[in-house]
Design a protein around this ligand. Structure first.
Ligand SMILES: [Zn+2]
Length: 118
């Protein structure tokens, strides 16, 4: 059974307030899940940036599911470093992560609305 252990949303006050960082921090600190994210799945509406992908790999998530691609975010929401999460995952040794891209079209619509409101 899967259960939601933490949630995060983008806050643009500092570079460390990306949704993935906030969700990981919430899981580790607030829910006391240190060492327990190994094997978990991270669901995000947009492909993680390289910084967040590094954190996801560091915490040893088994699976990443995302919607919009970084190029979509770059086009509709905010400037991105366009290095795909798949490319980052290929370049780390001794860590395996399943990466699934789904519902891209729906996620792009969410990004467009967020871009219009920011
Ligand atoms: Zn990020």
């Amino acid at each position: 059974m899967e259960e939601v252990t933490a949630r995060g949303g983008v806050k643009n006050e500092t570079c460390f307030q990306h949704a993935e960082f906030l969700a990981i921090q919430d899981a580790l600190k607030d829910n006391n899940l240190y060492g327990e994210l190994k094997g978990a799945t991270m669901y995000v509406s947009c492909e993680p940036c390289p910084m967040c992908m590094g954190a996801i790999l560091y915490e040893e998530f088994d699976r990443l599911v995302y919607g919009a691609k970084l190029e979509d975010s770059d086009k509709y929401y905010c400037p991105e470093v366009l290095i795909s999460c798949e490319d980052i995952a290929k370049n780390i040794k001794n860590r395996k992560i399943e990466i699934v891209n789904m519902m891209r079209k729906e996620a792009v619509e969410v990004l467009k609305k967020a871009g219009e409101n920011s």
